[in-house]
Design a protein. Structure first.
Length: 233
């Protein structure tokens, strides 16, 4: 049995993204898929002064029709400014030093291509969290890349030789179990269990970026949450 998940890349996504990576044998990151404006690809939420606020990667102005791999970071992206935003928000957090070193390595990555920047951040975060899942890039897999939605996922499953496809719970209405079953593939969805922890004594703000999780939780606690903090439905 070999399991597969396919997702867009995101910048420091929430813990559920990493639970999905950890739940499968092979994780494919889409690079040749349209960039979603106002989505979560280049932004997420952090805790600042007891409130959840947005942080983001600024992008070069370009056509909305471009794929993620064709987008670039803005020429005036101020890496120090973003790092200072994280530093000011979390400098008193119990696991600041260990986590900030990872953030700094990721934010200072020199590549200005959006996909390569995000791919690097995902790989480095998985290494930090000791997630050993194989990660591949969608365009490097030999399928008909003009396929869309479920047909493209099924083609990736066939090319990878998987018999189980796991998707985020948000895609419950996007895929047809019978269609997967007809191809000999079991379709499952991952549903994260609530994961609450202390955030400077403030009212808990759930599902923030993995940065927040790493700042407030020991590696052992995060490991348990990634391995056991979800259900497959």
């Amino acid at each position: 049995m070999k399991s597969l998940a396919v997702m867009q890349p995101y910048f420091f996504p929430y813990i559920g993204y990493f639970q999905l990576i950890g739940a499968v044998d092979l994780f494919i990151v889409y690079d040749n898929i349209k960039y979603t404006k106002k989505g979560w690809i280049n932004r997420n939420r952090m805790l600042q002064n007891g409130k959840d606020v947005m942080f983001s990667l600024p992008l070069k102005s370009d056509s909305d029709a471009l794929d993620i791999c064709e987008r670039e970071l803005a020429a005036d992206f101020k890496r120090d400014k973003l790092l200072n935003q994280f530093k000011e928000a979390y400098r008193r957090a119990p696991h600041f030093d260990r986590t900030f070193s990872l953030i700094e390595e990721i934010v200072r990555h020199a590549d200005t291509n959006l996909f390569r920047f995000l791919h690097h951040s995902i790989v480095k975060t998985c290494q930090h969290l000791e997630i050993g899942t194989e990660i591949r890039i969608s365009s490097e897999i030999a399928i008909d890349h003009s396929l869309k939605s479920q047909a493209k996922v099924l083609a990736l499953c066939a090319a990878a030789g998987t018999d189980t496809y796991i998707n985020a719970i948000g895609g419950l209405d996007l895929y047809d179990r019978d269609g997967f079953r007809a191809q000999g593939i079991q379709l499952k969805f991952i549903s994260s269990k609530p994961f609450e922890y202390a955030q400077f004594g403030a009212t808990f703000a759930p599902w923030l970026s993995i940065v927040d999780v790493m700042m407030f939780n020991a590696p052992e606690q995060i490991g348990v949450a990634i391995r056991e903090g979800y259900e497959l439905v």
